[in-house]
Design a protein around this ligand. Sequence first.
Ligand SMILES: *[C@@H]1O[C@H](CO)[C@@H](O)[C@H](O)[C@H]1NC(C)=O
Ligand SMILES: *[C@@H]1O[C@H](CO)[C@@H](O)[C@H](O)[C@H]1NC(C)=O
Length: 182
Amino acid sequence: MAVSGLLTFTNFLLLSILALYFSNGFPNLFNPQPNQTNLVVYVHDYFTGEDASAITVGGRKGPESSVLEFGTVIVVDDPVTEGPKIESREIGRAQGMYINSQSDGKGLYMVFSLIFSGGEFGGSSLEIQGSDLFTMKEREFGVVSGTGFFRFVKGFGIMQTESMDLVNLRAVIKLNITVKHY
Ligand SMILES: *[C@@H]1O[C@H](CO)[C@@H](O)[C@H](O)[C@H]1NC(C)=O
Ligand SMILES: *[C@@H]1O[C@H](CO)[C@@H](O)[C@H](O)[C@H]1NC(C)=O
């Protein structure tokens, strides 16, 4: 009697643990291999114009500081599109900030959310963090976490300047992101 009681209790415990595991959306026990997703998006970072999406909030000379100057802080709510043209479908926003964090002014530290509102990943988001040494053709950055479709995500991305109007500080940046998730 005592032994079978113990067995039942052990079964109960095991089932409870399994139920907890699945109900919390943990990675599937029987499918531990993460899935890999690649996505290419374009971020429109405009400091000037009617459609300006980036503002300088502070720096050595206050809000008048240049983005190209060490110490300048920029806040962005940039449109993210499927293709390089602003007319192509908007699938989300890049919201966050970047800081000119290299003493010679040639490097940014960026931290922002890629919030998808449409397309395959609508309702999900990716957290981007890393340095942007923008004089280089290709810059690699980290994808540190995510939500929705991208829970438990880890990955990296390659950033390239697709086009740049230096006079008006309007740039289109291509992000090629590769992530692993469950
Ligand atoms: C990951 O891949 C497995 C097996 O191919 C699939 O069953 C599962 O739905 C995928 N998960 C996501 C989030 O796409
Ligand atoms: C994206 O990057 C991967 C390597 O990480 C590369 O194989 C692929 O060709 C790139 N895609 C585009 C559209 O640039």
